[in-house]
Ligand binder design. Structure first.
Ligand SMILES: Cc1ncc(COP(=O)(O)O)c(C=O)c1O
Length: 493
């Protein structure tokens, strides 16, 4: 068989495309990627993926390697996360799938217990958006409880809202936006007294907090915790596509499955969302857990902890910035220090844009008005990984320089961004009875606000104005515009 294009040329093109990506290694991107800094670990993962490339993870009886690897990964996670043998689990494709399945399981058990009507999903407002998605997909009402200015959830406020219509309460270890460790023990105890399940979202913390200093119990050692998610593709250093969802009790976990014989094809028995699925990321995660073991994970976590402490101290010493709360785990949220005089304040989004000009990608997070009227300020997020330690001097210098360069520059207010737009456009955007946007109108607005300059899309160099726009416009409108934006980015050119 003749290929229509030379494989070497195809791979060369892929190489060019990859060269345009943000760097996945070296610590310059402080979100999305979790670089262990161990090239041999990446090689091992690649070899493991290759070894199972043709396998279909759909059927662990036909492809028995899947059953063995999944069992071993779950056992490793269960031991790490304080689970006794009653804890069972599944390997999923990522944090979102683990969270979706935790909610689906709880909803199905809530209905099976004879409840009817709309179930409630209760969580602090800082819970990951995957739970918004779960509530949306599975028809639950999302009940979000305000958190304090330090991002910490208030146990009493959560406990007060526990009631028979709550199918699941979720706490995070830690939360993504502020690295706050939610009050797991208090909430789980109160929930369990009322027979309500409690999920710990340890998607980001699950493989690193077991080694963090001085934490209270937050995992299966807490009796009322009924399920827990922990992503191997974050601080388990596996390539994307692998997470673990643990459930306390076989009967709880069985409610996670979708099984049917009511069609004229093969019996379908799916513990997770997908049917046919790759075994690649599972094999990579499995290989990495064997290679690193507890000790290796612990060493990498210790590096993250040292770098996090160093960066928290550094950022705390930069005039005009402050670290939000006390990060638990290798994540940092940075806000303006409003105690500083106006001329000395640093806007975290200008700071992130400036750091980007120095070659470091930080992640901008919008502010949020909570249901009690209090406002969580806009912040900039940093995820610290083992590779951070080797670049600490350069990173620190860039963070200090970026702050010096934007100190005193006021943050962009909603009025600033809306004022810069054509008045007719703003009037149209703010009109409460504007019809739903079709794709062409949404694109025209994106072009009108300067977010896209051509059909191909592409992100602007400065993200601060964009985030200000997110804050200024009503959420449904921004969400529609973002949908259009990303859809256009991947459309055929
Ligand atoms: C706490 C938490 N939960 C869930 C998720 C979703 O994980 P994923 O992006 O793997 O779907 C994340 C991702 O950052 C997270 O930090």
């Amino acid at each position: 068989m003749q290929f229509s294009s030379d494989p070497a040329a195809i791979l060369a093109r892929l190489g060019e495309l990859r060269a345009a990506d943000a760097p996945t290694h070296g610590g310059h991107v402080l979100s999305y990627v979790y670089d262990s800094g161990l090239a041999e670990l990446d090689e091992l993962a690649a070899a493991a993926i290759r070894a199972v490339q043709p396998v279909n993870g759909l059927d662990p009886t036909t492809f028995t390697s899947v059953a063995v690897m999944e069992g071993e990964v779950v056992a490793f996670a269960r031991d790490l996360l304080g689970g006794s043998p009653e804890v069972v689990g599944s390997v999923t494709t990522g944090g979102t799938e683990s969270c979706l399945l935790a909610v689906k399981t709880a909803r199905d058990l809530w209905v099976a217990a004879g409840n009817s009507g709309k179930a409630r999903l209760l969580a602090p407002v800082t819970v990951h958006a995957a739970f918004h998605k779960a509530a949306h997909y599975f028809g639950l009402e999302l009940d979000l409880v305000p958190v304090g200015p330090d991002g910490r959830a208030d146990a009493a406020a959560l406990i007060e809202r526990l009631a028979p219509d709550v199918a699941l309460v979720v706490v995070s270890a830690p939360s993504y936006p502020h690295a706050a460790l939610d009050p797991v023990a208090e909430v789980a105890a109160a929930a369990s007294q009322q027979g309500i399940p409690c999920h710990v979202d340890a998607c980001i913390g699950g493989w690193v907090l077991p080694f963090w200093s001085g934490l209270p119990p937050w995992d299966f050692r807490v009796p009322g915790v009924t399920s827990l998610s922990a992503d191997l593709h974050k601080f388990g250093y596996a390539p994307k596509g692998v997470s673990v969802l643990l459930q306390r009790g076989r009967d709880r976990q069985r409610a996670q499955f979708f099984t049917t014989t009511r069609w004229p094809g093969y019996p379908v028995v799916n513990p997770t969302m997908l049917g046919s699925k790759s075994a690649g990321a599972l094999a990579a995660g499995w290989a990495i857990t064997h290679a690193l073991g507890r000790d290796g994970l612990g060493e990498l976590a210790a590096s993250c902890e040292r770098s996090t402490a160093a960066l928290v101290a550094l950022i705390g010493s930069i005039e005009g910035l402050r670290v939000v709360g006390q990060p638990v785990g290798p994540l940092i949220a940075v806000a303006t220090d409003t105690a500083a005089p106006a001329g000395a304040r640093v806007d975290p989004h200008h700071w992130a844009d400036q750091a980007r000009a120095h070659g470091w990608l930080l992640q901008l997070q919008p502010g949020l008005q909570q249901s009690d009227g209090s406002v969580l300020p806009h912040t900039t997020h940093l995820t610290i990984t083992p590779v951070t330690e080797g670049v600490l001097p350069e990173l620190s210098a860039a963070l200090v320089a970026a702050a010096d360069e934007v100190r005193g520059v006021p943050g962009i207010t909603p009025d600033n961004v809306l004022g810069a737009l054509p008045p007719a456009l703003v009037a149209g955007l703010s009109s409460p009875d504007a019809p739903p946007l079709d794709s062409a109108s949404a694109f025209a607005i994106l072009a009108g606000i300067g977010l896209v300059s051509s059909e191909s899309g592409g992100l602007p160099d400065r993200m601060a104005p964009f985030l200000a726009l997110v804050a200024a416009l009503p959420a449904p409108l921004t969400e529609r515009l973002l949908t259009e934006f990303i859809a256009r980015v991947v459309e055929p050119r």
